[in-house]
Write a protein that binds this ligand. Structure first.
Ligand code: IMP
Length: 198
């Protein structure tokens, strides 16, 4: 079976992808994580766009290991804040702690009446030295006025997907995986691999 590595140190992202992967029985691939080869280097994220960051992560891993891999970069774009925090979503506040990030965001949005926002994800798949591919997904929604922490990560406690009454933090991973930006992008990646002799 083909081995493919998910280049991430984010345990929540890894869990979402693994649960989706297992529940869909993609028997053509063996999904591995950095822990499986004890890869402990800190992964660069110094690009100027989601796409650049995703590429940096995959390139970094590939240059060190020469193993096929994919990585993901994602974030929250708030219309009222002209797309911020964007690529800085995980480091929006000084502490970079997700509770502080959310508090800062809510305080910057006090006058926002539309609350419109989008979660965005881009995957970068690197199969070999030459072949690199990108897959995108988004989830539109609104930012709540209160933080409701239950499960999930990042801005889940304040993100209400369109047509939903609850935040992402109030629904379980299986339900989140049916609609999320990350899974929309990941499905495209899987479909691409399935259609190709990899
Ligand atoms: P990065 O891709 O490692 O730069 O981090 C993505 C950041 O975007 C996370 O730390 C969260 O702050 C935010 N984010 C991305 N996806 C989600 C999600 O599914 N729910 C909530 N926040 C997310």
């Amino acid at each position: 079976m083909n081995k493919i590595f998910f280049v991430t140190n984010n345990v929540f992202k890894e869990q979402e992808i693994r649960i989706f992967f297992q529940s869909n029985q993609y028997q053509k691939f063996n999904l591995l994580s950095l822990k499986d080869i004890d890869f402990r280097d800190s992964i660069p994220e110094s690009g100027n766009s989601f796409k650049e960051n995703a590429l940096l992560k995959s390139e970094f891993f590939f240059q060190k290991t020469h193993l096929p891999c994919f990585s993901e970069d994602s974030g929250l774009k708030v219309e009222y804040l002209n797309g911020k925090p964007g690529i800085y979503s995980s480091r929006y506040s000084k502490t970079k702690n997700s509770m502080d990030n959310m508090k800062k965001l809510l305080s910057n949005m006090i006058k926002d009446t539309s609350r419109k926002a989008e979660l965005f994800s881009v995957f970068c798949l690197k199969i070999n030295e030459k072949d690199t591919y990108f897959f995108k997904g988004k989830l539109s929604g609104k930012i709540s006025r209160k933080i409701i922490v239950n499960q999930g990560f990042g801005y889940d406690p304040i993100f209400i997907p369109n047509h939903y009454k609850h935040t992402l933090s109030e629904i379980n991973i299986d339900k989140k995986n049916k609609i999320s930006h990350r899974i929309k992008a990941f499905k495209k990646l899987i479909q691409f691999l399935n259609n190709r002799n990899f």
